[in-house]
Design a protein around this ligand. Structure first.
Ligand SMILES: *Cc1c(COP(=O)(O)O)cnc(C)c1O
Length: 323
């Protein structure tokens, strides 16, 4: 049981159901967990993490929340949206590289009234340095800033996906099914880590596979978050990097749409009337299809695909970036 407190910002449980057409087409029983429907702004996985992180921010008396990300960061946009719900100011420190202009999440940030600051660098060291600098300035002015790292992927934020795993297994029970494997994207690792820890605690042998969207060392990152979150919960669960199952299937690089990813987006739209995104879920579903094609996912496995959101970034795809 998680006894650590959180805010109530999203709409939970999110729906979970079988993708009948896709299951027929791919020859496996495939379910989907609709965390693109978490109920704040255009939805997405960061809401579950922010329920814990922003509770902590409130507890610590913060009056302004800072976070960082890429130009089209879903996490930054959802931080601004969740902060609006609880009356906190937000400052988003974003990388300048990426799709600019009033498109995708940048349009939503503007609409949400977020204070956006761009950093002209490709290095997160520079982005974090700027976030620290702004925080120091705010403190000097008498404010209490609260800093959320990229993706909210710290042990506290990870608890949001332990909750999601619990939700998944209780919905599976209601549906009278057994989930053999959960497939989720890994971007900063917290979502995968929470699902993995949740599967260890409540999943009765359910496997978890992460589809990486960049070449970060996700085995180490995820193991560290799993162990950190377990420690917060007072659970003895402990894993090593080798226990983390990762498929790297991101094409040319982070946020660069891949052909396979765009094909998966089109297939999902045609078969199920469902919209995936080019940065995370399209590539993750392409990875799932690859695992089926190579028989890494066995014919008798029931698979659950986590739809982690990202819809807005679909409106910020630059066709010349497709590789
Ligand atoms: C952030 C994000 C992810 C990745 O989640 P992490 O916890 O950062 O690994 C996946 N999908 C979408 C839509 C996201 O915005």
């Amino acid at each position: 049981m998680i006894s650590i407190k959180k805010l109530n910002l999203g709409q939970f449980p999110t729906p979970m159901y079988r993708l009948d057409n896709m299951s027929r087409t791919l020859g496996r029983s495939i379910y989907i967990k609709r965390d693109d429907m978490t109920g704040v702004s255009t939805g997405g996985n960061k809401v579950r993490k922010l329920e814990y992180l922003l509770y902590d921010a409130k507890e610590k008396g913060a009056d302004v929340v800072l976070t960082a990300g890429g130009a089209q960061s879903n996490h930054a946009m959802l931080t601004a949206a969740c902060c609006n719900r609880i009356g906190l100011k937000s400052i988003l420190v974003l990388k300048k590289r990426g799709v600019q202009g009033r498109v995708g999440n940048l349009l939503l940030n503007e609409l949400l009234g977020a204070d956006v600051r761009f950093v002209d660098s490709d290095s997160y060291d520079d982005v974090y340095a700027e976030m620290d600098r702004i925080a120091d300035e705010l403190k000097k002015q008498g404010h209490t800033p609260y800093l959320v790292p990229v993706g909210g992927s710290v042990p506290l934020g990870t608890l949001g996906y332990v909750d999601c795993a619990k939700e998944i297994f209780s919905e599976a029970l209601e549906l009278g099914i057994r989930i053999d494997r959960i497939i989720s994207t890994a971007g900063s690792g917290g979502t995968l880590a929470g699902l993995l820890l949740g599967a260890m605690l409540y999943g009765d042998g359910c496997k978890v596979t992460g589809i990486a969207v960049c070449d970060d060392p996700f085995e180490e990152i995820t193991a560290e978050l799993v162990n950190g979150a377990a420690a917060l919960m007072g659970e003895k669960a402990h894993i090593e990097p080798k226990d983390v199952d990762i498929l790297r299937y991101y094409g040319a690089g982070y946020a660069q749409p891949s052909r396979e990813g765009l094909e998966a987006i089109t297939l999902m739209a045609h078969e199920e009337g469902l919209i995936l995104d080019p940065v995370y879920t399209g590539k993750a579903f392409a990875g799932l299809m690859h695992l089926i094609k190579t028989n890494a996912i066995k014919p008798d496995e029931t698979v659950l695909f986590l739809h982690s959101g990202g819809t807005a970034s679909l409106f910020a795809v630059d066709p010349k970036d497709v590789k």
